[in-house]
Design a protein around this ligand. Sequence first.
Ligand SMILES: [Ca+2]
Ligand SMILES: [Ca+2]
Ligand SMILES: [Zn+2]
Length: 308
Amino acid sequence: MRTLGLRLLALSTLSAATLSLTTVGASALTPSPDRGTTCVEPGESAAARGGRETDHRDISAAEQERIAARTQRLLARQDTPLPAAVAAAGAIVPVYVHVMAAKNGAGDVTDTQIAQQVQVLNTTFAGGESAAAADTGFTFTLAGTDRFFNDTWHRDGSSTKYRKATRQGGADALNIWLVDFSYLGVATFPWDYARNPGIDGIRVQYSSLPGGTAANYDLGETATHEAGHWFGLYHTFQGGCTATNDEVSDTAAQGSPTNGCPEGRDSCTLPGLDPIHNYMDYSYDTCYDQFSAGQSTRTAQMWAAYRA
Ligand SMILES: [Ca+2]
Ligand SMILES: [Ca+2]
Ligand SMILES: [Zn+2]
């Protein structure tokens, strides 16, 4: 609810046409004409981090099953690298940051902020924020920064076009486009790379970078969350309160997203309290402090299957 002002402000400045471009190949995500005024309901925690829509394309339970089966087939076919070997070796991920600023300079984040953002990725994926956090073995190195001053791109308009025009590197390169839109972030999944490599990466609200102005979301951990999707992690509330849930056994199943940092929250009758400190929930940046060991294993498997 404390994010309401920010979200409403952002939403009210965006057209439905712009919003329709913020998701990838998701026919379910069609803009509704009233979203500018009624998108964010008080108390609806889902509004906090991803906006009303999810921050990645919708994945049904049936598709989730198909993706899991495909991943297992791919891993079974591979001689190397084994997921454990990937994690142990600590793959280095080149990061390309694309600053999509407005003509008047809005969104033109500093090189220092970008360096700090990469540092946040390194800290969070190394488990540096909690004794309970897993070290995923992935590290990040800034491979390039480019800057554009284009009002349409700044607002995430023509996102397919601008991503295809600016994306760099292969499947293992994390491209981050910094924009101003109704989301904190939007991500593509690794299993979609082969089908549509030109748009692979994450789009992140520029004000969520360290030193930014996105209240409660200004420590750079939106990029951590979106990168989590990019590595193949689901939300901890994926599929709701079900045994399948996020396909990660050591993150307690969650019935709904978290907003803020409510200690002891339990939105699902299945065992365990909600993993509110997990980067793949919707909690505040100050609440986030961990990926789990199971998520770490999953990122290594997804890397081996789709990005290595
Ligand atoms: Ca789980
Ligand atoms: Ca529970
Ligand atoms: Zn997400």
